[in-house]
Design a protein around this ligand. Structure first.
Ligand code: ADP
Ligand code: GN1
Ligand code: MG
Length: 384
């Protein structure tokens, strides 16, 4: 048996899943965790599982994060108790009733045993249902329906969590969409320039510098009490929704790791950033905003969330798209400057390319801000 298969079989045994692994494959989507599709046969049935190693460099309190996920999935299930299995995430439990297992040097540690998330001998794993006959999108492929359905899915998500008490959640990554903090730490990384890479990205750094104050717009609105904090997803890419393969019905929202208190406009904006554009996340050439795709997303989003959003929130949505795009540019470029420690890369300059693509998109959004605002207002008016 190969090493990965052996590891996956050991993890299955920890979650009391009997049987033999028929096939497994690594799923290359996502920049943070490591996911495998695994099919297990127990002599009677085949179980299709998603087995995932959580990145504990990124998530320093993975136990608290798994508690968040348990509370959120329970709450969502409570909204639609008869929901079929492929429309929900169901995390497996170990004998100690944990929805995760921690390995040290490849062997499970006791449920109460403390561990250091930065210790390289530690692995943090979870197992849940693989959603069959589903697909997700790395780009919208120019198809407005992908955006419309994504808007509906994230709009509904906001509505379903409207009555969830945010106090019950831990902040799985402190300052996650605190753009002011992100920009401050970006400039601190530029200052340190520990890999000697800053000189080669002066132009990119210059754009971020120029828009630094704009990047703090939403933080200021929070400080002034203008925008309500909600429970938000915080990573609303179209590859974090699983759609039915045949008809684009959004089955389930995944990657709940970053769900915590936040602003609606960052969630709205992040899908625009990722999918209402003309190129992939790491392709600066020809990267622009696609207003048609943005309109489709906004229509879908408003049809679900329109009645929940305050006027100030509606006014913040277009700004949210631009701010999060600038924030992502600074995060990708910061990671390039420190030597690519956070986002998984497939080639050496990928984080720089990602930052350049986000900056191209950001500049185009700023040039079309009035049109973006008009689309949001028009769709909100029609939906409310
Ligand atoms: P990351 O934090 O690395 O983005 P995700 O939880 O988003 O991790 O998972 C990575 C990818 O794995 C997703 O984009 C999706 O393609 C696939 N995936 C995740 N969960 C499931 C699931 N339950 N069923 C089917 N595919 C899944
Ligand atoms: C990461 O894990 P994934 O690929 O869904 C990142 C998001 C970024 C995104 C950019 C925990 O998301 O914040 O917006 O990459 N997740 C984390 O593609 O940092
Ligand atoms: Mg993901």
């Amino acid at each position: 048996m190969d090493e990965v298969k052996e590891k996956l079989a050991y993890i299955c045994s920890q979650f009391r899943i009997e049987g033999e692994i028929l096939v497994y494959r690594w799923i290359p989507a996502g920049h943070i965790n490591t996911a495998y599709y695994v099919a297990v046969y127990n002599g009677k049935e085949i179980y299709q599982l998603l087995i995932q190693r959580v990145n504990t460099y990124v998530f320093r309190d993975p136990v608290g994060m798994m508690k968040n996920i348990e509370l959120l999935t329970e709450h969502i299930r409570g909204k639609e108790p008869t929901m079929e299995k492929r429309r929900r995430l169901h995390f497996r439990h170990t004998a100690a009733r944990r929805n995760y297992v921690v390995l040290r040097n490849g062997l499970a540690i006791g449920p109460e045993e403390a561990f250091d998330p930065l210790d390289e001998s530690i692995e943090f794993w979870r197992v849940y249902n693989f959603i069959e006959y589903s697909t997700s999108f790395e780009t919208a492929e120019g198809n407005p329906e992908v955006l419309r359905m994504s808007g509906k899915a994230f709009g509904k998500f906001l509505r379903q969590l409207e009555d969830f008490d945010a106090e019950r959640l831990i902040e799985s990554i402190p300052h996650f969409h605190d753009t002011r903090y992100r920009l401050d730490s970006f400039f601190a990384d530029v200052e340190r320039d520990e890999m000697g890479r800053a000189a080669s990205c002066r132009e990119e750094i210059g754009i971020i510098e120029k828009y630094r104050d704009f990047g703090c717009t939403l933080c200021e609105e929070i400080d002034r009490g203008l925008l309500p904090m909600r429970v938000t997803h915080n990573d609303t890419k179209t590859n974090n929704i699983l759609f039915d393969k045949d008809n684009l019905d959004p089955l389930v929202i995944i990657d709940l790791d970053t769900c915590m208190p936040g602003l609606a406009c960052y969630d709205f904006g992040d899908t625009i950033r990722f999918a209402a554009c003309t190129a992939e996340e790491d392709q600066p050439d020809g990267m622009k905003l696609d207003l048609e795709l943005m309109r489709a997303y906004t229509e879908g989003y408003m049809s679900e969330a329109g009645s929940v959003l305050t006027d100030a929130e509606v006014e913040s949505l277009a700004t949210g798209a631009a701010v999060i795009t600038l924030e992502l540019a600074s995060r990708f470029l910061a990671d390039y400057l420190v030597g690519d420690r956070y986002f998984r890369i497939a080639y050496p300059e990928q984080n720089l390319r990602r930052a350049q693509a986000q900056l191209a998109l950001f500049v185009d959004m700023m040039a079309h801000m009035d049109e973006m605002q008009a689309i949001v207002r028009e769709c909100a008016e029609r939906a409310r």
